[in-house]
Structure formats: structure tokens, C-alpha cells
Design a binder for this molecule. Structure first.
Ligand code: SF4
Length: 299
């Protein structure tokens, strides 16, 4: 009969990690005192898929202009898309605007503080719901992003990388959380360690505050999965979509198809496909006379 051996998970010492965070954390504007739950939510939307350095100036301008959900909801969807600027993946802007509208209309202009209600809001998934509950409301919930998965894979499981996301990830991180009120700091510190020290390509183990790392103890065994390729942007449909949106952002009134076509002339089939996808996503709309506009500006 086969014997199943349950391997004891290694631990990450919360005192080591939290003390390191106290001295090494980056000074990011959405972490400062006085930042509201809504403003933290905005930062989390922007930080999905966009680096901190590009998010910071847009976030500062955004919250100065629209500090609350109701202020954001009162802006037109097109204005929100313009303010999103070059952050990329503009569906996030549309979802953020929808999220603001729901919070303003159904939650008294206050971001809900429980994970299940957060998960019911537009644009909020497993990671973002828990990030808001933890970072904005100080709750003891596992917050799992790519950086956290990588640190846990290395320090706890002794693996070079975390592999594909799995349903086990939340439980893995939940098991590491300390009891009591140090858990929220532990969560943000784990993420910060992955973002700044235990990075994907060149982990700076000499600066690592963890006394025990299972991957280091094993002598840094190589990963077994395929090497990740850097994502290219030039020539992709994403770039074409960006070019088309640039034309519409620059025009307060609808433009003709011929004006839009000038945005991308190298591959007309790709341009048509990109425009179709923008229409399907609801980021662009067509007027009755066949011109094109940002969502909400096609009347
Ligand atoms: S010792 Fe190196 S690999 Fe291990 S957690 Fe620290 S930075 Fe990551």
C-alpha cells in the first residue's frame, strides 16, 4: 500500500520580513497615510500589467481629479479613457469606470471591505479583492500575485519558479500568514520582496532578509519549465489598438474611417481586426453616419 507523506511547508519568518519592509519599502504614493480605499483600488487597477514608474504620475493626476467613486462615475467613459493615457490594456479603464459607478450607486460611495462583495464588482478578481481587503482595510487575507508566488516557490518550496497559477496558491500563502495584526504588513512585504529583491531574472540573494530560503539551501537548482520569453509589443494587435485609440483620444468629435485608417497602414487586415476588437470591447463606438468615437462620444 502506498504511503502518502505530507511534506511540512517551510516557513517565512514574519519578524525578519516585516523588519526588512520597515527599512526597505519603496515610498509609493498609494501607501502613504490618508490614501482612501478607493484610491488604493485605483492603484491596484493601474498596477495590473503596468510597472510602478508608469503608474505613479497617472495615479497622482487621477486621484487629484477624481478622488472618489462618485467623482469618477460622474466623468464620461471617454474622459476616463483619455486620462488612462498610455497605461495600456485600456479595458481596465472601462472596468474601473463601471466599478466606480456601482460603488457610487449601490455602496454609498464607499469601497466594500469584504472579499465576497469586492469580487462582485466590475473588474475585480481574486487578487484585487484581497489586495483591497488587506492594504486598504488591514484584513488578514492571502494576497497572491506573481511576485508572491515566486517568493513562496523559492523560499518555501525550493523551486526556481512558481509554474502556472493554481487553486493551491491561496492556501499556500494563507498558511504562511502570521496571526494577529502583523499579517497585513507581512502580505505587502512578501510582495515587495518579490518586486525588488527576489526578482524573476536576477534575485539579489545577498540583500535578502530571509534567514532560510529552501531554493538557496538546495544550491539554486535550475527550473524545469520552458524559459519565459519577453513579451513583444511592436507590431502586435495591442500596438494597433493603441494607435487607433490615440486618434480617438485626440479628437473630441467622431472621426471618419479614412482618418482612423491613417493610424496603421502597414497591415490593413490587422488594423480591421484591431478596430473590430475595440468595438466588441465597447471602448469605441460607431455613429449612425458610420464615423468612430470613444465610448460615450458617438451620439
Ligand atoms: S534568498 Fe534569494 S531566492 Fe531565496 S527568497 Fe531571498 S532573494 Fe529569493
Amino acid at each position: 500500500m502506498a504511503v502518502i507523506v505530507h511534506q511540512q511547508l517551510g516557513m517565512i519568518d514574519p519578524r525578519e520580513l516585516n523588519a526588512w519592509y520597515d527599512r526597505a519599502q519603496r515610498d509609493l504614493p498609494w501607501r502613504r497615510p490618508g490614501v482612501s480605499a478607493w484610491q488604493i483600488l485605483v492603484s491596484e487597477f493601474m498596477l495590473q500589467q503596468t510597472p510602478v514608474a508608469r503608474v505613479e504620475p497617472i495615479w497622482l493626476a487621477w486621484i487629484a481629479r477624481w478622488p472618489t467613486p462618485s467623482a469618477t462615475a460622474a466623468a464620461g467613459a471617454a474622459e476616463v479613457l483619455r486620462a488612462w493615457g498610455k497605461l495600456g490594456y485600456p479595458r481596465r479603464a472601462k472596468r474601473l469606470h463601471e466599478c466606480a459607478s456601482v460603488i457610487a450607486a449601490e455602496h454609498g460611495d464607499v469601497v466594500p471591505d469584504d472579499v465576497d462583495t469586492l469580487l462582485s464588482l466590475p473588474g475585480i478578481g481574486t487578487y484585487t479583492a484581497r489586495a483591497i481587503a488587506c492594504f486598504a482595510y488591514g484584513q488578514r487575507v492571502p494576497v497572491v500575485d506573481t511576485n508572491v508566488r515566486r517568493v513562496v516557490a523559492r523560499a518555501v518550496h525550493g523551486l526556481h519558479d512558481a509554474g502556472s497559477p493554481s487553486a493551491r496558491d491561496l492556501g499556500d500563502v494563507a498558511a504562511l500568514l502570521p496571526d494577529g495584526d502583523t499579517a497585513p504588513k507581512f502580505s505587502i512585504a512578501l510582495m515587495e520582496l518579490g518586486a525588488t529583491v527576489c526578482t524573476a531574472r536576477n534575485p539579489r540573494c545577498g540583500l535578502c532578509p530571509l534567514g532560510h530560503c529552501e531554493w538557496r539551501r538546495r544550491g539554486y537548482p535550475a527550473g524545469t519549465g520552458p524559459a519565459k520569453r519577453a513579451q513583444r509589443y511592436a507590431g502586435t494587435d495591442r500596438q494597433v489598438r493603441g494607435r487607433l485609440l490615440d486618434v480617438l483620444r485626440a479628437n473630441a468629435s467622431p472621426v471618419t474611417r479614412a482618418e482612423l485608417d491613417l493610424a496603421w497602414t502597414t497591415d490593413t487586415a490587422q488594423r480591421d481586426r484591431a478596430l473590430d476588437s475595440l468595438l466588441v470591447d465597447g471602448l469605441v463606438e460607431q455613429t449612425v453616419d458610420g464615423r468612430f468615437a470613444l465610448c460615450g462620444e458617438g451620439d
